[in-house]
Design a protein around this ligand. Structure first.
Ligand code: F6P
Length: 548
């Protein structure tokens, strides 16, 4: 079944939300807390090892009622049904969207074109497991008989960001293998990585769903050329493996069919880390941990599928995001992980969220008359507090933020962990309450300041507060809890796409730049004046004169 095609602005709920917004837009959350001692309890979802407090949002019971009404009116339940059961919900590419099947149990049955895909998923998983174990325990060797020490993941976008983020996030669980990620077509990237490699002990994993991506093929070629400076052609078979849907292209590149891990068209690139695209994850942290990551994600799938919307974490987060995006006109959202391990998490989410929901044509083919995809950004706390938090606290823009923290630290250093968590809690409290004139004045009363100095400083020291945050408090950073967290955001993306009536699983917008780049590339060696706007032509000629 196709996804529903309802313009959200035509729903009763949307009108209710618009009217309600006028009533509530100036309400301070501080007052909402003061008027309801149970506010936090009422607006917290405790599920497995997740404690999700969304009480520090500019919402009342009425807001949630209308947001939930919106979910019903846009037929979210029906859409979810299609999402999980393999309907062609990526209509513009004619594809199912089945990353959830990759983490479903063996006993599940998921049909694509009438065929159950679970046996094939589990066959490839078994291949990943066997291969991982052989590399990790040193059974598989390089061309001079030495065990592998380094893995180079060659891919870009979804074939890089997911594996890179997970390997970074699960650094604590890593084995002895050193992992590298080469993504940018910038030759300085690959050459910096080459500097650290030993060809005898390096395994290359070329990841490309299409196997036509310029960046990945260029990097793979450069690495193979470098490798062949040290080894003969036969050695390529034991040092290069690939992950792709395009078996013919991989073979053309020179990789042995036995070294190809397949993936499928029904897995979108930015949702593919659960497939063989996650091979580098499995190699880096071991297959068991990779499996736990998938199991965690599956738990979140079940939560999403079976929980009433008012207690459903991805649904609630998506609705709140719509509330700010479409009614408060908030343009961006920050994701702040209070764990250094989550350094790449926001970067990873940028592709998931912005490539999916950065659309302006709705599912009827019409231009939308409302805002869609949010900008997403963030850096770990506490570093970000010393970088951009000033703007969140006292700037002119409303920036809803997700704060992600872990109760337990992995290395068990309680001194550091207490300090980290005190900041984690303090920031959302400060963003909620701000600081009033009275509070600033009473603080200044203890300082040696003249009355003139006090009144001069006063306006700068006042914090308005009323800045919305969600607190995602998780027991511990484990492969399973990371899987849940990633799946939670994947489902949030889906829900928002359904509400905004857009196709979240295509990415036509990245094509034009690719086409123009390949045209311009050919023009660097030509002598004629090509057809371009004046600016591009000048820049092109500037480069042609200056290039080595
Ligand atoms: O940037 C566009 C895109 O198609 C992404 O969606 C995808 O993750 C990336 O390029 C890489 O594609 P591939 O895995 O086919 O090399």
């Amino acid at each position: 079944m196709a996804l529903p095609t309802i313009n959200p602005t035509t729903t009763e709920a949307w009108k209710n939300l618009q009217n309600h917004f006028e009533d509530i837009k100036n309400t301070h959350m501080k007052d909402l807390f003061a008027n309801d001692p149970d506010r936090a309890d009422k607006n917290t979802i405790i599920w497995e090892d997740f404690y999700v407090d969304f009480s520090k949002n500019r919402i009342t019971e009425e807001t949630m009622k209308y947001l939930l009404q919106l979910a019903d009116e846009v037929k979210l339940k029906d859409a979810m049904q299609g999402y999980f059961s393999g309907d062609v919900i990526n209509e513009t590419e004619g594809r199912e969207v089945l990353h959830t099947a990759l983490r479903a149990p063996k006993s599940a049955k998921v049909l694509v074109d009438g065929e159950d895909v679970m046996p094939e998923i589990y066959r490839v998983k078994a291949e990943i497991e066997t291969f991982t174990n052989k590399v990790v325990n040193g059974e598989l060797k390089g061309f001079t008989g030495k065990a592998f020490t380094d893995i180079v993941n060659i891919g870009i976008g979804g074939s890089d960001l997911g594996p890179a983020m997970v390997v970074e996030s699960l650094q604590y669980y890593k084995n002895h293998l050193t992992t590298h990620f080469v993504s940018n077509v910038d030759g300085d990237h690959v050459n910096e990585v080459i500097k650290t490699l030993d060809p005898e002990t390096t395994l290359f994993v070329v990841v490309s769903k299409t196997f036509t991506t310029q960046e990945t093929l260029s990097n793979a070629n450069t690495l193979r050329t470098w490798f062949l400076e040290h080894a003969n052609q036969e050695a390529v078979a034991s040092h290069f493996v690939a992950v792709s849907t395009n078996i013919e292209k991989v073979k053309e590149f020179g990789i042995d069919e036995a070294n190809i891990f397949p993936m499928w068209n029904w897995v979108g690139g930015r949702f593919s880390l659960w497939s063989a695209v996650g091979l580098t994850i499995s190699l880096a942290v071991g297959y068991k941990n990779f499996e736990s990551l998938l199991e965690g994600a599956h738990d979140m799938d079940e939560h999403f599928k079976t929980t009433d919307f008012d207690k459903n974490i991805p649904v609630v987060l998506a609705l709140l995001s719509v509330w700010y995006n479409n009614f408060f006109n908030a343009e961006s959202e920050a994701v702040i992980g209070y764990s250094q391990y989550l350094t790449q998490f926001a970067t990873y989410l940028q592709q998931g969220i912005m490539e999916s929901n950065g659309k302006s044509i709705d599912r009827n083919g019409d231009r939308v008359n409302y805002q869609t995809g949010t900008l997403i950004w963030g850096e770990p706390g506490t570093n970000s507090q010393h970088a951009f938090f000033q703007l969140i606290h006292q700037g002119t823009k409303l920036i809803p933020a997700d704060f992600i923290g872990y109760v337990e630290s992995l290395h068990g250093n309680s001194d550091h962990q207490d300090k980290l968590m005190s900041n984690f809690l303090a920031q959302t409290e400060a963003l909620l309450n701000g600081k009033t004139e009275e509070e600033v004045l009473s603080e200044m009363a203890t300082q040696n300041l003249s009355e003139a100095e006090k009144s001069k400083l006063l306006p700068f020291k006042v914090f308005e507060g009323n800045k919305p945050t969600n607190t995602l408090f998780i027991k511990k950073l484990t492969p399973a809890s990371l899987g849940k967290l990633i799946a939670m955001y994947e489902h949030k993306i889906f829900v928002q796409g359904v509400i905004w009536n857009i196709f979240s699983y295509d990415q036509w917008g990245v094509e034009l730049g690719k086409q123009l780049a390949s045209k311009i590339l050919k023009e660097f060696d030509g002598s004629e004046n090509y057809e371009h706007d004046n600016s591009t032509l000048n820049l092109l000629n500037f480069y042609k004169k200056g290039r080595q």
